[in-house]
Design a protein around this ligand. Structure first.
Ligand SMILES: O=CC(=O)O
Length: 284
């Protein structure tokens, strides 16, 4: 109500129609809060339409002002080109590899993302996966639930995190959070990053193979881009060695997945803890 007792909301909506926002696939924030968000925005739900995507986009081409997206939903050159009124893409992810940033730059489309909002959560996952891989928690669980204990005897022991030499690939906000969590465990932290960071005293490696050769665990925390795609290749995996573990909380395609699977099967590395895969949801 305004001070005269009129319903302000309807009046405002006539003057300022809700911005039209395209949702290709719904991010969790949309699933949980559609009712609240819908008070301010008019959502065009591509995933909910019987029309093929291109036809849906062409139908709404001139009205879409923004896109609400998430980390595993590609926003392609084709989509951007079909939407002449598009001015903004908002993604709930920290990663931007799924969005054609070059086309956004060319068209002057702004991009807003989660930044470091979820870095602590991702770092928790990285440490959880590392402890699981070292202590064989989920492998032990599989051993019990598959009924192997009675016939095959006790499961093999895991090993401790303390004292491990851990190489962090990408010391951005997630990498720093991982380091912060591993220091109290007594890990020796090394890192590889685009640039040496003056804010930390961890030993710096400019080359990821050299980092791998000098540590027992590699934790991938960098972003996916043209420089980091398949940066974890056969050479790096062999440098990590037979006792080495790899943890990936970045993007699947940072690792040459086929090569990693081969190394795991042939015992050329000891194990992997993976939050991401190259061709999700297809996991080799
Ligand atoms: O995948 C999740 C992210 O990039 O935040």
């Amino acid at each position: 109500m305004d001070c005269n007792g009129y319903r302000q909301e309807n009046h405002d909506q006539n003057l300022f129609p809700k911005p039209k926002v395209l949702v290709l696939e719904p991010p969790p924030v949309f699933i949980y809060h559609e009712d609240i968000l819908s008070q301010k925005f008019h959502f065009l739900k591509a995933w909910d339409s019987p029309l093929p995507l291109d036809q849906f986009l062409t139908t709404h081409a001139h009205s879409v002002q923004a896109i609400l997206s998430h980390g595993s939903c590609p926003v392609t050159t084709n989509t951007i080109r079909l939407l002449p009124s598009l001015g903004l893409i908002v993604t709930t992810s920290a990663g931007l590899d799924q969005i054609d940033l070059q086309e956004c730059r060319r068209r002057g489309v702004s991009v807003a993302y989660a930044g470091s909002l979820f870095s602590a959560d991702v770092a928790d996952i990285a440490v959880g996966l590392l402890i699981d891989a070292l202590r064989k928690i989920s492998a032990g669980n599989r051993y019990v639930t598959q009924g192997l204990w009675a016939n095959n005897g006790d499961f093999s022991l895991g090993s401790k995190l303390g004292g491990r030499k851990v190489g962090i690939v990408g010391l951005g906000s997630i990498g720093l959070e991982v380091g912060k969590r591993l220091e109290p465990f007594g890990c020796n932290i090394l890192y590889c990053s685009r640039n040496k960071k003056s804010s930390v005293s961890y030993p710096y490696y400019s080359n990821v193979s050299e980092l791998a050769a000098n540590c027992e665990v590699l934790i991938i925390c960098c972003e996916l881009n043209d420089q980091t795609r398949h940066v974890i290749n056969k050479e790096v995996l062999l440098a990590l060695g037979k006792k080495g573990l790899i943890i990936n909380v970045g993007r699947g395609a940072i690792i040459d997945e086929q090569e990693m699977v081969r190394c795991l099967m042939q015992g050329e590395i000891a194990g992997a803890g993976l939050d991401v895969f190259e061709n999700e949801p297809h996991v080799p």
